[in-house]
Design a protein around this ligand. Structure first.
Ligand code: ARG
Length: 469
């Protein structure tokens, strides 16, 4: 490559006496992935140009040419006709070069009072903000799917587990609402962090700001940013907004993964709690009888990416001195990957969850061979003036007795109960019944069907409030 050619292709190569090696060019270029930001880069450039015109740096005629040129470039990109060049390194320089090619000299003025450092930070924030708005909608539809299952099964008895051992009776609706609440927190977390994404770096230039009399507030308003970032060094080097988003994504995927794990177990013959429609399953190439819950397994597997991407950027940022360093170019692929992963997963998950069929009879099966109302029996004794520790002791003995005899608590005759405690009377059989047990847990956050319906109602009201905003 001759010096002359190099000058033409590299905007920054004025001081270089040797051309860049091809290997270095390939290694340092980001165009392979940052072209995803192109339309946001154009949006930012338009606002920047309008500001330059407002403060008298560009004439009105120049501005119009720039806007026209940028619109044409946007069209070319949308129609897949834009010729991306690796020699032009990244999305910013590709678009600037094309602008100058299309409109001549005014194109060369677009980079006045800005640097790629504040430009790329702006592009990333604009892009992420628009993805956040899509993801917020996807979380809401997942919540909807969960609510519809919870509503259908507010009354469906199920064995609640701790340590994966049968613990106490709950309702399937209550179990579903636990997941609803996790995703509702994810939604809140997303909207919280959106505020910190929605800030303007542009105007910070390379790191120190610019000597031109720019109007940052004007640009912020044009781009819909809530505020201008105060410190120019911070503005170009900060990637906390990427970290916060990746943290949100990792937590969201952990929730999806936990739910996936349950779905996989529930769909197995050992549980038989649910049936996943065929369209969300795959078969085995060797075992003709198999129907595998691949969607849930893959979602559980993809959680690794989301966590990995967070760790990636945490390490990327650790130890970086102020201000911009080329390291930051590495923020893109991980966040692009997390965004794609959570969008795809949320989308398929809400469809799958909505169509899952619950087998109510199987949900109750563990009750045929376990002592899930033992705690209710202890509470019953406490209500009759026994201390909880003493009650626990008495009930442990009763359970051991029942186990030996291979009978359930409700099958023990009253006479035998009386031998363990004279406080036990005929009314004990009401509380040994699972239906009675869940009904009794009727406080805020409890598993009783009326509380589950209340929780569903509250969740729906919260949404309606969201939609009004
Ligand atoms: N492609 C670069 C990135 O993604 C743009 C900023 C380059 N700035 C620089 N001073 N080399 O971070």
């Amino acid at each position: 490559m001759t010096d002359q050619l190099q000058k033409k292709t590299k905007v920054w190569s004025g001081r270089f006496s040797e051309p860049i090696s091809e290997k270095v060019q390939e290694y340092t270029a980001s165009i392979g992935f940052d072209k995803k930001l192109a339309l946001f880069d154009i949006q930012g450039s338009k606002a920047h140009a309008e500001m330059l015109e407002k403060v008298g740096i560009l004439s009105n005629e120049e501005l119009n040419k720039i806007l026209d040129g940028l619109n044409r470039i946007a069209q070319e990109i949308k129609e897949n006709k834009f010729n991306w060049k690796i020699e032009l390194e990244d999305v910013h320089l590709n678009i600037e070069a094309r602008l100058t090619e299309l409109i001549g000299e005014p194109g060369e003025k677009i980079h006045t009072a800005r640097s790629r450092n504040d430009q790329v930070a702006t592009d990333m924030r604009l892009w992420l903000r628009s993805e956040i708005d899509i993801i917020a909608g996807l979380i809401q539809s997942l919540e909807k799917s969960i609510l519809s299952q919870a509503e259908q099964h507010s009354n469906s008895l199920m064995a609640g587990l701790t340590h994966l051992q049968t613990a106490q009776p709950i309702t399937f609706g209550h179990h579903m609402m636990a997941y609803h609440d996790m995703f509702a927190r994810d939604y809140d977390r997303l909207l919280e962090l959106r505020k910190r994404v929605n800030c303007l770096p542009l105007g910070s230039a390379a790191l120190a700001g610019t000597g031109f009399k720019i109007d940052r507030e004007f640009v912020a308003k044009k781009l819909g940013f809530e505020k201008v970032i105060d410190n120019s060094l911070d503005a170009v080097s900060d990637r906390d907004f990427v970290l916060e988003f990746l943290n949100f994504s990792a937590i969201l995927m952990i929730h999806i993964s936990r739910l996936s794990e349950e779905i996989i177990m529930w769909a197995s013959d050992n549980f038989g709690y649910i049936d996943i429609p065929d369209e969300f399953c795959t078969g085995s190439s060797i075992m003709p009888q198999k129907k595998n819950p691949d969607v849930a397994e893959l979602a559980r597997g993809k959680t690794g990416r989301a966590i990995g991407n967070l760790i990636n950027i945490l390490v990327l940022m650790k130890g970086q001195p102020l201000a911009y360093n080329k390291d930051n170019q590495e923020d893109k692929e991980p966040i692009f990957d997390s965004v794609k992963t959570i969008k795809d997963t949320l989308d398929i998950f809400s469809a799958m969850l909505r169509s899952i069929k619950v087998n109510k009879a199987n949900l109750k099966k563990p009750f045929d061979r376990s002592y899930t109302t033992a705690t209710d029996l202890a509470d019953y004794l406490v209500a009759k003036q026994t201390t909880f520790r003493e009650a626990h002791e008495i009930v442990s003995k009763i359970v051991t007795f029942a186990e030996k005899k291979n009978i359930l608590l409700q099958d023990i005759p009253l006479k035998t109960f009386e031998e363990f405690s004279e406080k036990i009377e005929e009314d004990v059989f009401e509380i040994l019944d699972c239906e009675g047990s869940i009904k009794s847990r009727s406080h805020v956050g409890g598993t009783s069907p009326d509380q589950v319906l209340n929780a569903i109602k509250t969740a729906k009201l919260k949404w309606q409030a969201c939609l009004k905003h």
